[in-house]
Design a protein around this ligand. Structure first.
Ligand code: NAP
Length: 318
């Protein structure tokens, strides 16, 4: 089969289209013929090996399972491994196969437990754009109650563009932060207020009941400054330093200052992303697909994401 392989951390130039053996599904796994796979920030981070936690599994070179990027996948079951009973050959499925990678290929083996039947109302491209982003978005918006003031940093990306819509539907007052080119996009999705992170410091706004940072880079004192009394702040991803500070010092500062600060751990899986997928299938939420690329254009697709040029999700169509 054809797959996009890389052997060293670096730029999209490290990615190469190659012929590799079709994976064999192990116990409890199915082989999926990939119809669509979406690009996430974790693919960009996994390619560059930065932040440091993106090197888990291979310190100097990507570990064996990670030589092919891609975790969000939609496709058809092509074979069933020993003991796998949930799906039959030909079933349309989708899911997030993190921490395993391998979806930027014609076939990928995946544990059946992480997959769900694809709703008929969703295209394969839309379905592939959902699992990771929908899970993160629902966890993030789940932290806020109707009427509360929430700030979302990095709101113009894949998870943010869903979170904005979920927050609007829930009656949460949302301030969305991203670069200037995404401000109109975020307003159209339902953000009440928008901030350009290159011109303005969101921690000087507020106070907010909930702050969620998709791409944390700030000190915990800056986050604390943005919070109302009793407020909650979580980081979803970001620099190793910012995430570690939030894990270690965040709970202490929170305890002494009447706030909660920590890291949002998202338990991926169908229970986390299916409710949003069903909302998309019913037309209540829109999944924005920025562009689609064939397998041999994965380097361009990942560069477009990494350089911040995408409005919505980028989808690979083998
Ligand atoms: N906690 C967990 O369990 C878990 C699981 C999976 C993934 N993650 C993490 O979750 C996050 C989700 O990201 P995603 O998929 O939505 O990523 P994405 O689509 O790349 O969106 C990130 C957005 O942040 C913007 N951005 C970049 N630098 C920024 C800054 N300094 N200030 C404000 N905005 C900035 C980007 O815009 P530009 O670059 O265009 O400016 C982009 O629009 C990632 O950090 C990922 O590593 C966490």
């Amino acid at each position: 089969m054809r797959a996009v392989v890389y052997e060293r951390y670096g730029t999209p130039g490290e990615l190469e289209l190659r012929d590799v053996p079709v994976p064999v599904p192990g116990p409890g796994e199915v082989l999926v013929e990939v119809v669509a796979a979406s690009v996430n920030l974790s693919d960009w981070e996994g390619l560059r090996g930065d932040p440091a936690y993106a090197r888990m599994g291979g310190l100097f070179r990507p570990g064996r399972g990670r030589r092919i990027l891609g975790t969000d996948v939609a496709g058809r079951v092509a074979a069933v491994g020993p003991g796998a009973t949930r799906f039959a050959v030909g079933d349309a499925v989708f899911g997030d196969i993190m921490p395993r990678y391998g979806a930027f290929a014609e076939f990928v083996a995946a544990p059946e437990a992480v997959l769900a039947p694809k709703p008929a109302g969703l295209s394969f491209a839309e379905a592939s754009a959902l699992p990771q982003a929908a899970a993160i978005a629902s966890y993030a918006v789940g932290l806020a109650e109707p009427g509360e003031r929430m700030l979302l940093n990095g709101a113009g990306g894949g998870s943010g563009s869903l979170a904005i819509q979920l927050a609007a539907a829930k009656g949460v007052h949302l301030t969305a932060v991203d670069n200037a080119d995404k401000l109109d996009f975020m307003r159209e999705l339902g953000a009440d207020e928008v901030i350009d992170y290159r011109r303005d410091d969101f921690t000087r706004h507020g106070p907010f009941d909930v702050v969620v940072d998709m791409v944390a880079r700030r000190s915990i004192f800056a986050y604390r400054r943005a919070l109302a009394r009793g407020g909650r702040c979580v980081v979803v991803g970001g620099t190793t330093r910012a995430v570690l500070r939030m894990l270690t010092v965040g709970p202490l500062l929170g305890a002494v200052s009447g706030a909660r600060l920590g890291v949002l751990i998202v338990h991926q899986g169908p229970a986390a992303f299916l409710p949003v997928a069903e909302q998309v299938a019913r037309g209540e939420v829109t999944v924005v697909v920025d562009s689609t690329y064939p397998l041999d254009a994965v380097p361009e697709a990942i560069a477009r994401h990494g350089e911040g040029r995408a409005l919505g999700k980028i989808v690979i169509v083998p």
